[in-house]
Design a protein around this ligand. Structure first.
Ligand SMILES: Nc1ncnc2c1ncn2[C@@H]1O[C@H](COP(=O)(O)OP(=O)(O)OP(=O)(O)O)[C@@H](O)[C@H]1O
Ligand SMILES: [Mg+2]
Length: 313
């Protein structure tokens, strides 16, 4: 079985892309024994920092060639840099951090969870690249780099930056499906429509939809930072459902696109997990965040392993 490659993307910042990638990925591997690779495409390195301690992250930096301090061979940056320069410096096998996160004695805490880290150098790739170089070299390079890994994993989850520039588009191109994380607030829901239409334009214009792909790539939406206080959150969520049905009718999103249930409630443990460099199910298995993420992951598996392979009713 080939891995399902799923990119988490929204041009809105802070909506839970990295938290979803880290915590859904961890639940898939730890609770459901799926083989998972997380791919960090964001120069902020949130997914990478969420799973590696600073000393472990610095060990990646040590692999840099001292003559060329801006060429980390073992992060996603190098995949794009190679495609741009025509070099072959990226080393996939040494780049993948296996069984992340680690305990203090370097033991693997989730043996089925692997990470392809990011580097801040990714920022340098967005400027000064001619559109045809992007189209023919950079855009397909991530998909090409991941292809030899497809039989090794059940899921490859890609954390995209909060925009839809070149690196994010390479993430879309590499993916079979897209998940759009949102927050239940007016601005996030208002931006949702525009974002889906933009992705559709990009996928049409750049032939991102590969032949084996059925339908539009946006296949699920997640809701993060939900609160059961007042009615504002529930009003925003019902507005999201209305928008989603319209987008399905207009064929802007996948015909079986759903809002994955439950919403992830606001939980201070979720903030702590980042500085603890652990997913919430390891950091606080009894917390609200852990409970919500384990339920969300069951819904995620049902959607991506069953529903999307069933005929439309
Ligand atoms: N359920 C939650 N409860 C409380 N805090 C949360 C929750 N989910 C995420 N956060 C916090 O919200 C912040 C933004 O989340 P996250 O980094 O996942 O968003 P993002 O969409 O990846 O952001 P960016 O656009 O900057 O990449 C982080 O500090 C994270 O710890
Ligand atoms: Mg992020």
């Amino acid at each position: 079985m080939s891995a399902k490659v799923i990119a988490f993307i929204n041009f809105k910042g802070g909506v839970g892309k990295s938290s979803n990638v880290v915590n859904i990925g961890a639940c898939l591997a730890h609770l459901h024994r799926r083989r998972v690779l997380l791919v960090d495409l964001d120069a902020q390195c949130s997914t990478t920092y969420s799973l590696l301690r600073p000393t472990e992250f610095n060990a990646i930096d040590k692999k840099r060639d001292p003559e060329f301090p801006y060429r980390p061979h073992v992060t996603t940056y190098q995949i794009f840099h190679d495609s741009f320069r025509g070099t072959k410096s990226f080393e996939m096998e040494s780049a993948i951090k296996r069984g992340v996160p680690y305990d203090k004695s370097r033991a693997e805490l989730i043996p089925l969870l692997d990470l392809l880290p990011a580097s801040i150098d990714l920022m340098r790739l967005e400027g000064g690249i001619a559109p045809h170089v992007f189209q023919y070299n950079i855009k397909p390079s991530l998909r090409k780099a991941l292809e030899p890994l497809l039989n090794r994993y059940d899921y490859i989850l890609i954390d995209c930056p909060p925009n839809i520039y070149y690196i994010a588009q390479a993430g879309i191109y590499a993916a079979d499906y897209l998940v759009v994380p949102t927050n239940p607030d007016y601005l996030s829901i208002s931006a949702f429509n525009a974002f889906c239409e933009l992705v559709k334009d990009k996928t049409d214009a750049t032939t991102i939809v590969r032949s084996r792909f059925q339908g539009c790539p946006i296949a699920a939406v997640t809701i993060n930072r939900y609160n059961r206080i007042g009615i504002a959150f529930d009003t925003a969520i019902s507005e999201l459902y209305t928008k989603l049905y319209d987008l399905i009718d207009q064929q802007v999103v996948h015909p079986q696109c759903i809002v994955l249930d439950p919403p992830i409630r606001t939980d201070v443990r979720m903030n702590e997990t980042v500085s603890e460099h652990k997913p919430v199910i390891l950091h606080r298995p009894d917390s609200i965040g852990a409970v919500d993420y384990s339920m969300l992951t069951s819904a995620f598996i049902k959607h991506f392993e069953v529903t999307l392979h069933s005929p439309l009713l």
